[in-house]
Design a protein around this ligand. Structure first.
Ligand SMILES: C[S@@+](CC[C@H](N)C(=O)[O-])C[C@H]1O[C@@H](n2cnc3c(N)ncnc32)[C@H](O)[C@@H]1O
Length: 258
């Protein structure tokens, strides 16, 4: 039976690689490196750097593959994502069938951790349901952008006994801050959704390119730093050609307990 490892490689710093991830890389005969197209070459480059640095198995080889670009969301976000995942599932199936020997082992290198805003596991489940190819799956966890954010700001994610909500920029714009969430972590935000919040008396801890030499972090009350973050973000995005940022929002101070 073919073996498939889904390995979390951390959020941008090769030092995020765990011992388990390094040994997983070296168990694989084939390492799959996605190329997500123009503007994302730095991300493919980091995966190559990780392989150069940690792979000592002389028998392993790398296979780079193109990831199709997602169409604009029409008629609905869900159906667009569904079509896109179906297209990627067909690519994954081909890679598993053609590149991994019947008793061989392949590895997908996943940014951060495979469980957080990443579709590789969902797509591999689709491949399994298509029933054209059988494989054993093993998941190796990685350091997420959220952990990198907390470490860079030297902060705990939750306040005492309080909850944390993880959401996207799109949902923050549509729904605002959930009243019952002590702290809210926002990912996948291309449009500075924090600036759509009416309440400016909220603390933001923001970070871009976390864990990399280009890391930028800023914090303060939204009313004080919201506009600055937007400006810094836009300049960095223009200079580098891409940006990934994550931030945490919460009311200042500790919650008033019972
Ligand atoms: C598709 S999700 C992948 C998340 C990843 N699986 C993880 O565990 O962190 C991409 C989002 O993760 C966040 N992200 C990933 N790497 C980051 C980094 N180095 N700095 C800041 N945000 C990052 C951004 O919010 C970005 O929009």
């Amino acid at each position: 039976m073919r073996k498939l490892l889904v390995i979390g490689i951390g959020a941008g710093n090769p030092d995020h690689m765990t011992v388990q991830a390094i040994s997983g890389l070296n168990r694989a005969d084939v390492l799959f490196i996605p190329d997500k197209g123009a503007g994302k070459t730095d991300l493919a480059e980091l995966r190559r750097e990780i392989c150069d640095r940690f792979v000592t198995n002389p028998k392993s080889r790398r296979v780079e593959f193109d990831v199709p670009v997602r169409a604009e969301p029409a008629p609905s976000y869900r159906s667009t994502v569904d079509d896109w995942h179906e297209a990627i599932a067909a690519i994954y199936e081909g890679l598993i069938r053609d590149e991994i020997a019947e008793d061989g082992c392949g590895a997908f290198l996943i940014w951060g951790d495979p469980s957080l805003y990443d579709s590789a596991l969902r797509i591999l489940e689709r491949v399994r349901l298509r029933s054209n190819i059988a494989f054993d799956l093993e998941v190796i966890p990685g350091i997420t952008a959220i952990q990198a954010l907390a470490a860079s700001h030297k902060m705990a994610l939750n306040r005492i006994g309080d909850s944390i909500l993880i959401t996207t920029g799109r949902r923050l714009t549509e729904e605002g801050l959930a009243g019952n969430a002590g702290s809210t972590v926002v990912m996948l935000d291309g449009k500075c959704a924090f600036n759509t919040l009416d309440d400016r008396d909220v603390v933001i801890h923001w970070g871009a390119y976390l864990g990399t030499p280009d890391e930028i972090i800023l914090s303060g009350l939204l009313g004080d730093v919201g506009a600055e973050i937007e400006k810094v973000r836009e300049e960095a995005r223009r200079d580098k050609g891409w940006i990934m940022d994550t931030y945490l929002l919460r009311k200042p101070g500790e919650p008033q307990g019972d």
